[in-house]
Design a protein around this ligand. Structure first.
Ligand code: IPE
Ligand code: IPE
Ligand code: MG
Length: 247
């Protein structure tokens, strides 16, 4: 998509070289709250504000796909109260933001084990996806109960079932076959993956799709992340030489 002509961006940012797919590992909500002697849940609440800001910024920039890591398969092992609060916030986000997503022509796609979500959250998620399915300006992938190992395992199971039924010949398996069975089927791989809060790992995020993604890390905690910092990261990204193994 083309970027919004009215958008105000810093001089160094080239609006004609905006990445197609940007992904975020939204980390640091708990530490943000702890610094303020608040409950971790307050950090997640504040983090939801950053989500709105980043979605708006990406839409204005004309980014085609935005993927946000909101809850990992490992995050289920957090204290019950925190998981409950996160599920509540997720439901509230889906309920309150669907209208705005519709207005902005953004299609919501939940990626992850949707069947593992509490019934009320799952229903809200399904409604939000259905309500935005015709939108085409941007895809917002929300990774919930998402883990790359689960995603790849699931793909292998689906491919194996197709071989067993005769729908697929094992000699025809290519890397595209694998890509086509991931939650991101049909979407381009992320050009840029940004992780906040000074952790330098993928934490089971998009391990297949990240093969040639550029990585950016910032010490900023997710609730403090701003669109200005995002622009700076994009400027830095635009200076990089993506060789894809070639010379
Ligand atoms: C990211 O913030 C949100 C989720 C993983 C759900 P954290 O809750 O991981 O915050 P820290 O890393 O403890 O600061
Ligand atoms: C990664 O953050 C998952 C999300 C941002 C949803 P974590 O806080 O769960 O990751 P680790 O435990 O620091 O690796
Ligand atoms: Mg964390």
């Amino acid at each position: 998509m083309k970027s919004d002509p009215k958008i105000q961006v810093p001089d160094g940012l080239d609006l004609n070289a905006i990445p197609t797919h940007v992904a975020f590992i939204m980390d640091g909500n708990g530490r943000w709250a702890k610094k303020r002697l608040m409950n971790r849940v307050k950090g997640h609440e504040q983090g939801a504000q950053t989500v709105k800001e980043v979605v708006t910024a990406c839409r204005e920039l004309g980014i085609d796909v935005l993927t946000l890591y909101a809850f990992s398969t490992e995050n289920w092992a957090r204290p019950k109260e925190e998981v409950k609060a996160l599920m509540y916030l997720l439901k509230r986000f889906l309920r309150n933001e669907t209208e705005e997503l519709r207005e902005k022509d953004i299609r919501l796609n939940i990626m992850g084990q949707i069947e593992r979500l509490p019934d009320d959250v799952r229903k809200e998620a399904e409604q939000a996806m259905a309500a935005t399915e015709k939108n085409s300006a941007m895809i917002l992938n929300l990774a919930i109960s998402y883990g790359a190992r689960e995603e790849i395992t699931r793909a292998v199971q689906q491919i194996a079932a197709k071989i067993r039924s005769g729908a697929l010949d094992d000699k025809d398996i290519t890397d595209k076959t694998i890509s086509d069975h991931l939650y991101t089927a049909g979407m381009p791989d992320p050009d840029l993956i940004i992780r906040t809060s000074a952790e330098f790992r993928l934490s089971n995020f998009l391990m297949w799709q990240a093969a040639y993604s550029e990585l950016a890390f910032t010490p900023t905690l997710w609730p403090d992340f701003t669109r200005q910092e995002f622009y700076q990261i994009l400027i830095d990204y635009q200076q990089r030489d993506r060789r894809f193994g070639k010379v």
